[in-house]
Design a protein around this ligand. Structure first.
Ligand code: FES
Length: 163
């Protein structure tokens, strides 16, 4: 691993990168895993941290930029503590996703792509998350919530606010 002047990546991230370097001798194959490391530390893909990782691993940063802009699972800007991704694909739309989106916007007092004033929640729409049978559904950080109603949304947000 190369030396770098910047030190944005913490000890845990550095240890994970060193491990990945051994596990993925083909440098291009490691790109997504490195993005996960940065996302886990920052909650989004901090541009300077991506550059630092690219420098450390001697991988052209354009590889990271391409992957980062292709996959919607990686926010490129700081987000709230909880990233709410509402599915707006066909099954969820048929089962009430539009009403769900309107309710979330009203409840959080934000628009799509925005973060609540208390920095707790960010709201985005996404395409099918593969849980069509539980429509309408959404994902908050790593968890899925299905068969949603206004009452369930109230309960979920309340639990997150109190956690
Ligand atoms: S359409 Fe919403 S999860 Fe598939």
């Amino acid at each position: 691993m190369q030396e770098t002047a910047r030190k944005l990546l913490n000890k845990e991230s550095m240890a994970r990168l060193k491990k990945l370097e051994v596990e993925y001798p083909d440098k291009q194959s490691v790109v997504l895993s490195v993005l996960h490391v940065i996302y886990d530390q920052f909650g989004y893909l901090d541009k300077e941290a991506v550059e630092e990782a690219a420098g450390l691993m001697s991988i052209p940063k354009v590889y990271f930029e391409e992957a980062a802009t292709f996959y919607t699972m990686f926010p490129l800007e700081p987000r709230g503590k909880y990233l709410i991704q509402v599915c707006q694909n066909i099954c969820c739309t048929l089962m009430g996703a539009e009403e769900l989106i309107d309710y979330l916007k009203e409840k959080l007092n934000i628009d799509m792509g925005e973060t609540s004033k208390d920095k707790m929640f960010s709201l985005v729409v996404v395409e099918c998350l593969g849980a069509c049978g539980g429509a309408p559904m959404l994902q908050i950080n790593d968890l899925y919530y299905e068969y949603l109603t206004r009452a369930k949304v109230d309960e979920i947000l309340e639990n997150l606010r109190n956690s």
